[in-house]
Every structure is written in C-alpha cells, then in structure tokens.
Design a binder for this molecule. Sequence first.
Ligand SMILES: Cc1cc2nc3c(=O)[nH]c(=O)nc-3n(C[C@H](O)[C@H](O)[C@H](O)COP(=O)(O)OP(=O)(O)OC[C@H]3O[C@@H](n4cnc5c(N)ncnc54)[C@H](O)[C@@H]3O)c2cc1C
Length: 408
Amino acid sequence: MTDPSMLDSSGKCDVLIVGAGPSGAAAGIELARAGARVVVLDRARFPRHKTCGDALSNRAVALVDDLAPGDLAATPSASVAGALAIFPDGATIGRSYGDEPGRIVPRFALDLLLRRALERAGAEVHEGVMVRRLLSEGGRVVGAEGDAGRWRAGTVIAADGPGSIGWEALGEAYPRGRTLAVSATAYFEGVAPGPREGWSEHHFHADLPCGYGWIFPAVEGLSNVGVYLRSDAYASSPSRLRALFDAFLAREAARFGPAKRVGTVRSWALPLAGALSRRRGVPGLLLTGDAGRAIDPLTGEGIWQALHTGRLAGTIAAKHLAAGGVGDDAVREYERACAAVLDRPARMRALVQDGVRALVSLGLYRAAPVQALLRWGYASGSLETSKTVHGGGSADASKPIDGSGRPA
Ligand SMILES: Cc1cc2nc3c(=O)[nH]c(=O)nc-3n(C[C@H](O)[C@H](O)[C@H](O)COP(=O)(O)OP(=O)(O)OC[C@H]3O[C@@H](n4cnc5c(N)ncnc54)[C@H](O)[C@@H]3O)c2cc1C
C-alpha cells in the first residue's frame, strides 16, 4: 500500500526507481545495499503476472541468487539442463548447460521474490502507483510525477519496460523493424513429453522468420509455450501473431492433443538491443532493462539483461550519490558499458538470426556442412552473453544425433 505521507517527500530520496520488475529490483537492491535512500514505484500490485517465457539463463540464475540469496531454491521452478534447436524436418541440435543449469521460474513467483528482496535490502516500495511523467529542471531530470503525487530524487532510474516514461526525455521514437520483436505465450497443462525431458525446445519454422516457437520444461505441470519474431520479419508475414501461435500448436499436434490451455494467450512487445547509437540516459536519468532496450534479438531473452543493466545502473548511481545524482559523465559511462555488453553482441546475433532465417526458409539447414556449422555455433556458445554453454548435447542421450540431425 502507498503511504500518503510519502507522496510529497520532496528532496528526500536519493534515487527514485520506476518499475519493480527484474531491472528495477536489481538497481534498487544494489543501491539500498550501498546505503542509498531508494524509493521504488510500480503501477502493479505484487504478485502480478508478466507476459514472459519464464526462462532464466544460468547467468540470470546466478544474479538472482546474488540479489536474493537462497530464495530461488525455495521457489517452484524447473531445471533446464540444456537446449534443443529443432528444424522443420525434425533435425535437432543440442547444447548442454552442464553443471550450470538454467531455470524456468514463473514471473508471478520470480518478480515477487525480487520485490521482497528489494524491501529486505532497505528500499521503500510503493505498489499501485502509476507514474505519468518525469520532472525536469535546467536540462536535468529531477523526479517524477504520478497519479498519487510527486517525488524528487538525485537520480531517476526508469525500469518501466517498453514505452518507458524515459523515452520522451531521450527524444527516442518507439522502436520498430530490427529493434523490436513481438511474442505471444500461454501456459499448457499436460503437454506430451518432448525429445528430451528437462531441456528447453526452440522450434524453427519458415513461418516464424527471425524467430522460433518454444516449449519449455513444465513447472508444477504447466508448460510455458510461445512464439517469437523480430518485427521486420513479422511485418512481411501474411499471418497475425495469434494465427502463428495456433499454427505452431497445430504442427505439434502430437504434443498438444492431450494438453489443455490454462489462462489466455498473451502478447507483448520486446525492445531489442543492437542499435548503432543508443541513448540510455540523460543527466539525472538512467534507463534499464526493457526501458533501456536491452533484449537479445536472437533469443528474445531480457531477464539477464534487465538484471545486469539494473545492477550496473545501481552501481553507477551509487557512486554518484555524493555528487547529487548522475551527471553527463556518469550517463556516458553507463551507455558505454551497455553498448559493449548488449549492443555489439546483439548486432552480431541479429546477423546470425538473418542467416538462420535464410537457412530455414530455403531448406539449406539440411546440408551436412551447414549442420556442422550450426552444431558448432550452437554448442560453442561463442556469441553468448547471458549464459555459459558446456558443449553439444543430443536430443536423446542414448541416441547421438547423426549428420542429418536425426537420432542415429
Ligand atoms: C512473450 C515474452 C516472452 C519472454 N520470454 C522471456 C524468457 O523466457 N526469458 C527472458 O530472459 N526474457 C524473456 N522475455 C523478456 C523479459 O520478459 C523482459 O526482458 C523483462 O521482463 C524485462 O524486465 P524489466 O524489469 O526491464 O521490465 P518489466 O519486467 O516489464 O517490469 C517493468 C515494471 O514496471 C512497471 N511499470 C510500467 N510502467 C509503469 C509506470 N508508468 N509507473 C509505474 N510502474 C510502471 C510494471 O508494472 C512492471 O512491474 C520475454 C518477453 C515477452 C514479451
């Protein structure tokens, strides 16, 4: 509940964070641990649903463990031992996460866990507060105004996802084309087992260009299933997102025949990393996670990116507490770090995505040399930032994959 006495706490807060998702929580925990007075506002009340595939890479798991020690182990989740890339003719390439598995953690639970850790660290969290606009003075962001009042702060961190209130301050238009993706997801009960239990599946099809369909290991009997496409490719698709989702299920009829959908099909936008010049702040303001357009174009993953950028912004804001907040130099420092860890890899990974699209649509993935290249690229994890990969793996441990990708 929002305490009305806090709503006009002019000048009393070091850092104001808009959004208590993974990036806002990571920033807030980092800052509160550094002794800053942190106020976090979120329009939602927790626990709340968030449209997501719920997949945490192994590096995201490590970050959550650091931000909220021990909490993940006590939360319902599924371990992800590896991932399978499955092509239209069933050819399958695997990669293992070895002794560093990823996890499927429903966002309903993950975000509550992080929100609790935020308060434990000492941040003030106000739920059900919609923030409407940023406040600026003399070319600097100095706070924000919401339905319930105004807050002044040395630094504002916008961690409020796509369509962030920070985008206007940056003069950035809503992303499109190669810098945006769309995705739809739903939970299913009773999905028939896939090629390998406990491995996530990414299904590549010509009607999901620059994207894929996924089936993830079930948590308490519910599998997260969805489709993902980069927007420039989606724009040339004759089908709408929901039709593509239904077509994916229809192709996997043997898996979904006995299954029952639980809840609605939900879709949401994904702002992608990779633009050549990208502002992620102005004096007094840093943008993190989806607000900072941090998502990996190839996989659509944004949780590790949200945690990482949140933490980075928190660390930089903490260094500038005594100076009264982040100035131009601090913003540049943050932007340079984000460009190195997000945008440069993302540009390479979007090119890989273009290549995979061509290989799938032309059927070239069936050629042995192409398969060898795909196996090497997938299993080496050389372009990965959000996860550690421990080499190849087969769809069925007892049946190694042959050159065609099918179990031998
Ligand atoms: C369908 C789909 C599937 C995905 N699957 C995966 C996956 O499997 N793995 C993965 O790593 N990533 C996935 N992603 C991406 C991932 O969900 C995001 O990158 C991640 O949630 C970003 O975290 P965040 O903290 O930046 O933003 P969010 O999680 O969006 O949190 C933003 C918070 O800000 C609050 N807020 C928004 N506006 C305001 C406002 N004006 N005032 C106050 N509060 C506000 C919201 O209520 C919310 O709590 C997926 C995305 C989609 C759409």
